[in-house]
Design a protein around this ligand. Sequence first.
Ligand SMILES: [Zn+2]
Length: 325
Amino acid sequence: MVYLNEYFGEALLKTFFGYDSYFTLHETGAHPEQPARLPTILTEMEKQAFYEELIPVKKRVEPGHWIQLCHDDAYIQRLKNACEMGRPAIDCPDSVICPESYDVARQAVAMTLAGCDMIMNQQADNGFCALRPPGHHAEADRSMGFCLFNNIAIAARYLQQNYKLQRILVLDWDVHHGNGTQHIFEKEAEVFYCSLHQHPATLYPGTGWPEEKGTGKGIGATMNLVFEPGCTDGQWIDQFKKHFIPAAMEFSPEFILVSAGFDAHKSDPLAQLNLTEEAFIRASSEIKSVAKECAQGKMISLLEGGYDLEALGSCVKEHVKTLLV
Ligand SMILES: [Zn+2]
């Protein structure tokens, strides 16, 4: 610890790293959202000097009724039945499932909620969960885009209802628009949702246009920042700092949730942005500063996309290191 403190030049935060090999049982076959994503991340993390400083997250807890805060009972039951019957996919061919997928998706939610508890109980300052299946495309009533349960949306509802938080910020820097998360919160002022993604005219799911700014009481609490194919670190981080950071500071969140997809990386096979690790380091540092300023540091990030294995391992390593130091 002394060595690391000296090495990094200042006190380390208490940062958790959530990992469970159980998440690899969500088998997807020949699919970009493959189980190998997680061991790749773990192998990269274990090579790092700072890995020993990270706190584990309690595993295999019961997610209880919290999934129902964001998803219809009919969808939850439909997913459960589809898995039990050995169906190959649910709702769309992209959302591949296997018999274990329902319980793995439940455990991804459970780990997310356990991470929220650790931060709210001051056992950790912040943390990252390397989980799958991802969540931000999942709508209240259906799966979309590899996502079964909307982990980040359920976390926001849990923080609102279990801990009575009034202002929660969700930052989504996955290269795809988080349609599910936006739709769940777009009528509300208490959850501010900002997504940075490749322009919807050029990438799945085709939503998240800049003029989508929320509805009713939620007008102004949705922000979509879009980027043309080929966008570089400088262009991306400029928009992040110019538009998102001031809005986040004005909103003054009590807790920050990050949908941390790393598929905006230049090596990613599913999108056409040209970011490097540097963009994610700078964004992680900026959002950590907002958390420190407004929320006593409270922040959790959850893995979403990121399909080039080498880039994924490298980006997660840099992101978690930035959370810690
Ligand atoms: Zn994505």
